[in-house]
Design a protein around this ligand. Structure first.
Ligand SMILES: Cc1cc2nc3c(=O)[nH]c(=O)nc-3n(C[C@H](O)[C@H](O)[C@H](O)COP(=O)(O)OP(=O)(O)OC[C@H]3O[C@@H](n4cnc5c(N)ncnc54)[C@H](O)[C@@H]3O)c2cc1C
Length: 347
């Protein structure tokens, strides 16, 4: 076994009510791919109380090792006890790469861990790759670094960020951008129980009550999304977008400008500062296709754009483009889709 095969990529596992978050499974998929490329091991850090049952699914989703720390003080996420437990473990194992989901928990925990371990952190990555880098200042070449890719300067450029010197190389990654690996039942791996390191001073925050709100829509799981932009014209006109989504059994999305204009709620926003989606079908109605919007939907399997401006950038990522007024095009689409469904059903 050469030295490199002992190096590890770590994924922080977020879970709630006994369920592993999707972003953690997506990161296991990406981590597995990178670990295979580098000849490293993939480890999942599972922290909580009474969570051992979650270890096996993590192995079946690609982890070679699950580091399991359990204690009653870790039952609900709190920054300090989680950070101390993770930092102590990371100091003893020296992972090469450590990834977190860019969720509220990940965004709270990862910076604290990075600061404590004195290493860099790139927030909100939309892609990760392995590659080399030559520092023009130090005139030194670094091999097999984690290339941390994310939109920068208001989304106008896509930046690639590296941490050549410090370890672990840390990043938070947006939900929905990595592809979840298919579960492999019976896959073998190790569960390594590790102590929780909570100290009395870490328990300053006491959780009195926990309330969970229900998500009204789930854009990331939608197979069909019909999104509206400023071109829809008003909150009332958005009814047309809802009608098309209803006809196709889809979910309604929106551009940020449509949300800012008060046409629809923020939970519908697709894009860099909204949700990243990759449905089977994405229909963009009256959306210009700014880079920040495209960042959240360009990986959709089929994209149809309806826009009155033939020069709109959305046509650059669309598989099918309809140049026209959406108020005329959408009713025709609904009518012909219903007509076709009726014929197919033999009515
Ligand atoms: C840091 C940052 C983060 C951002 N994050 C996001 C994000 O997450 N998501 C996002 O969407 N944006 C985001 N934006 C905003 C983004 O830059 C654009 O401003 C926004 O996407 C534009 O929305 P839009 O396409 O609806 O509006 P517009 O750009 O105004 O486009 C409206 C389009 O409608 C067309 N149109 C008008 N009337 C009709 C009609 N009757 N029929 C057909 N077409 C018609 C027009 O030709 C035009 O192309 C962000 C910006 C910044 C700086």
């Amino acid at each position: 076994m050469d030295g490199s095969s002992k190096k590890e990529i770590w994924i922080f596992v977020q879970h709630d009510d006994g369920e592993i978050s999707e972003v953690s499974l997506e990161l296991l998929g990406k981590g597995r791919e990178m670990a295979d490329e580098l000849g490293y091991k993939l480890a999942a850090t599972l922290i909580g109380h009474d969570v051992k049952d979650l270890a096996r699914p993590l192995i079946e989703h690609g982890a070679d090792t699950v580091y399991l720390a359990q204690d009653a003080s870790l039952a609900t996420y709190r920054t300090l006890p989680y950070a101390r437990t993770i930092c102590d473990l990371a100091r003893s194992m020296n992972p090469e790469i450590f990834l977190f989901g860019a969720t509220p928990v990940g965004r709270d925990l990862a910076p604290r861990v990075a600061s404590s371990l004195r290493c860099g952190l790139t927030a909100d990555c939309t892609d990760l790759r392995i590659g080399d880098y030559t520092s023009p200042v130090k005139k030194k070449r670094y091999e097999n670094l984690l290339l941390q890719i994310r939109p920068a300067f208001g989304g106008n450029i896509i930046a690639t960020i590296v941490n050549p010197e410090t370890r672990p190389q840390m990043a938070t990654v947006r939900e929905g951008v990595m592809v979840m690996r298919k579960r492999e039942p019976g896959r073998k791996g190790n569960i390594v129980e590790t102590p929780a390191r909570t100290e009395a001073s870490d328990l300053a925050v006491e959780i009195m009550e926990r309330r969970t709100g229900s998500r009204t829509i789930n854009l990331r799981k939608a197979k069909v999304i019909v999104s509206g932009g400023v071109g829809v014209g008003s909150k009332e006109n958005f009814d047309l977008v809802f009608q098309l989504a209803d006809a196709l059994g889809g979910t309604v999305g929106a551009s940020r400008s449509a949300v800012d204009s008060g046409f629809i709620g923020k939970e519908h926003q697709v894009g860099q500062t909204g949700t990243t989606v990759r449905p089977k079908l994405y229909i963009a109605c009256g959306i210009s296709g700014a880079v920040q919007h495209r960042a959240g939907m360009s990986e959709s399997m089929k994209i149809i754009a309806i826009n009155s401006d033939p020069e709109a950038p959305i046509f650059g990522v669309a598989h099918y483009g309809i140049v026209g007024n959406l108020h005329e095009v959408i009713p025709k689409l609904i009518k012909s889709y219903k007509e076709r469904t009726r014929i197919q059903n033999g009515k």
